[in-house]
Design a protein around this ligand. Structure first.
Ligand code: GLC
Length: 627
């Protein structure tokens, strides 16, 4: 993030506040001032949204309009500033949560922002956005679903729609109206740190998962109290950059761009997605944030997208390649087709710059009005004017048994059995060793975008680890089996217990990361501790089921040649029991690879149909009853 020097921000805020006061619109902070609000047509819920938009737009001055196009980070804005600057939106960036992180505190925060918005001259509610990308993953106690890469392995669009609906319930429960999900990226190089946010490498597979949009929004936006705005992101070709570099450059022909990266957005628009987020990356050297050809001609023109185009976090700063943004960049971003600008901290400067650009004639008022119409339309459709505050009766949905059962089903369906040389199913009468970095770690099994932006190892969420699930299953079966737990193994520790176990479950893989922090230009490999564990079990001849907790294919160090079985578990989230359901044969494996699994890192990028021979092919997976 590159915030502006405080001096410029402070000066600009003073300027904007003065502008606001001079324009005679400075609202009384004490009571809601909704000029002409009681009987104004825009307040009439019986009118079509289009008519309400036009009436409201006709009452707005430039400060109202530009405020609506401005999205600020919750941690960097006050309720008073929401009122004074007439902001259209507030967001929680990754991990930006109130303290305490409880549904009550979230709802109190949200309601305070909405009350502040009600104190603006026209009383236009805000939209509050959050990255609920695998459940409402910022909220303590929420159900944490598998990340998209695992959902792609299920090849079950209806299941994914249900997950969207359950997530929307847990998001709406704390008032929030907008999720920056789904990521409809098509991952073409697994070295990319955002691979796990993709449903897979195949455009048709990714497009089929656009059903999650209907899950989030409902059949019609605002059709229920738990309907929230979905966001198709990141437009476009974020998963196609050279070397898998996050925010890098995708060098593509127009035909490749259309064949590989456009189909998911066509599906999203057909599903009625309410917003599209712009990619940080470039296409053929041009930053997408500054591209009218991509944002206006292709997305809004050819695809007919009529919702909100929102920039990414300080994304407009990158257009000219220089840190921070200036008036020219602001004008270029808005003229390119961005409607809502995510300026987490420098929102006052943005407002001043865009105001100056409009007054200089660099941004036509038609473009401003188009952006504001798009934003207001979604606010009316969502019913925000009628019901701006949190419906706290929905608190009961957070982490509910029903949602956790759905998550467990999704985890089981996402398991991909890559090999099985007699290792599966594991009998509950066995003497089992459960070991490895992912065996008893909820943070590792949840991955990034969990409580914090990057996620972290450890006991970070409510849920069940794979070890706990194995212990629970053995206890329930009461078949005489035993479970021994060790975080990792060495040759010595294996020697100590080799005679007391029948089979080992070695849960190995990645630790949490997000975005560019997950880029692995030299390939994706196991950590030293996991390699030591696997080698010790191999060398001792212990029958071993290898379970891989990762956001993408990972170099198994040859385990596929000696292990009794290898299962790709992806990033399953809070419900580890879905993994053991398959390992113990309670649920038959049905998952198949959503990406090609390379034999070596130097095969990357490797994708179906490119002529290379992967270790495991796109679509591979042993399915059906075990044993
Ligand atoms: C991040 C991500 C984007 C996310 C946004 C808001 O940088 O690129 O996916 O929605 O910022 O957190």
């Amino acid at each position: 993030m590159d915030a502006l020097p405080l001096s410029r921000q402070a000066a600009t805020l003073a300027l904007v506040l003065a502008f606001s006061a001079l324009s005679g619109c400075a609202p009384e902070a004490s009571t809601p001032t909704t000029a002409a609000s009681s009987d104004a047509p825009y307040r009439d819920v019986s009118l079509p949204a289009g008519e309400r938009v036009e009436d409201l737009l006709s009452r707005m001055d430039l400060a109202d309009k530009i405020g609506q196009m401005t999205q600020a980070e919750r941690a960097d804005v006050t309720n008073e500033t929401v009122t004074t600057l007439r902001l259209g939106s507030v967001l929680s960036g990754g991990g930006s949560s109130p303290v305490p992180n409880t549904p009550q505190a979230w709802a109190d925060m949200y309601d305070a922002f909405q009350t502040a918005a009600a104190h603006t001259p026209l009383g236009i509610p805000i939209l509050y956005g959050i990255d609920a990308v695998h459940g409402n993953n910022a909220l303590d106690g929420a159900t944490v679903f598998p990340h998209n890469i695992g959902l792609g392995a299920t090849r079950d669009p209806e299941l994914v729609r249900k997950i969207g609906q359950a997530t929307a319930e847990e998001v709406a429960a704390i008032g929030i109206d907008w999720t920056f999900s789904p990521c409809l990226c098509v991952v073409r190089d697994d070295r990319w740190g955002r691979s796990y946010e993709s449903f897979g490498e195949d455009p048709a597979l990714v497009a089929s998962m656009a059903t999650i949009i209907t899950g989030y929004q409902g059949d019609t936006l605002g059709g229920s109290p738990t309907s929230i705005l979905a966001t198709a992101k990141h437009f476009i070709a974020d998963g196609g950059t050279s070397g898998g570099t996050d925010q890098g450059d995708a060098v593509l022909s127009d035909a490749e761009l259309r064949a590989t990266y456009l189909p998911p957005y066509r599906a999203a628009v057909e599903a009625g997605v309410a917003s599209v987020m712009v990619s940080f990356s470039s296409v053929n050297g041009e930053k997408v944030h500054g591209s009218p050809a991509l944002l206006t001609d292709l997305l809004k023109g050819e695809l007919g997208f009529d919702g909100i185009v929102v920039s990414d976090w300080n994304g407009i700063d990158q257009i000219d390649g220089v840190a921070g943004f200036d008036q020219a960049e602001v004008a270029r971003a808005v003229n390119a087709g961005i409607d809502m600008v995510m300026v987490p901290t420098a929102y006052a400067t943005f407002i001043a710059d865009l105001t100056a650009a409009v007054e200089a004639g660099d941004v036509p008022m038609d473009r401003i009005d188009d952006a504001v119409r798009r934003i207001l339309t979604k606010k009316f459709e969502l019913g925000l004017f009628e019901s701006p505050l949190t419906d706290r009766s929905l608190f009961a949905t957070v982490g509910s048994d029903e949602h956790r059962a759905l998550a467990r089903e999704a985890v089981a369906k996402s398991q991909v059995m890559l090999t099985n040389n007699g290792g599966l199913p594991i009998a509950a009468s066995s003497r089992v060793l459960v070991t490895g970095s992912g065996s008893d770690d909820l943070g590792n099994q949840a991955g990034g975008w969990t409580i914090t932006w990057q996620g972290s190892s450890g006991d970070t969420i409510e849920g069940t680890t794979i070890l706990e699930a194995t212990e629970d299953a053995f206890a329930a079966a009461d078949a005489g089996g035993t479970v021994t737990a060790r975080p990792q193994m060495t040759a010595d520790s294996v020697a100590e217990i080799a005679g007391e176990i029948d089979v080992a479950i070695a849960v190995v893989g990645e630790r949490p990361y997000a975005e560019f922090k997950g880029d692995r230009p030299d390939g994706v490999r196991l950590t030293g501790a996991d390699v030591t564990t696997l080698e010790a079990l191999r060398d001792a001849g212990v029958p071993t089921v290898v379970v891989v907790i990762s956001g993408r294919p990972i170099d198994l160090g040859g385990a596929e040649r000696w292990a009794s079985a290898v299962v790709a578990a992806w990033l399953p989230g809070s419900e580890g029991a879905g993994v053991t359901d398959v390992l113990l044969g309670t649920v038959d494996p049905t998952g198949t690879l959503p990406v090609s699994w390379p034999a070596t890192a130097d095969q990357e990028p490797i994708n179906v149909g490119d002529g290379q021979v992967p270790l495991f092919a796109f679509g591979a997976g042993l399915v059906g009853p075990l044993g």
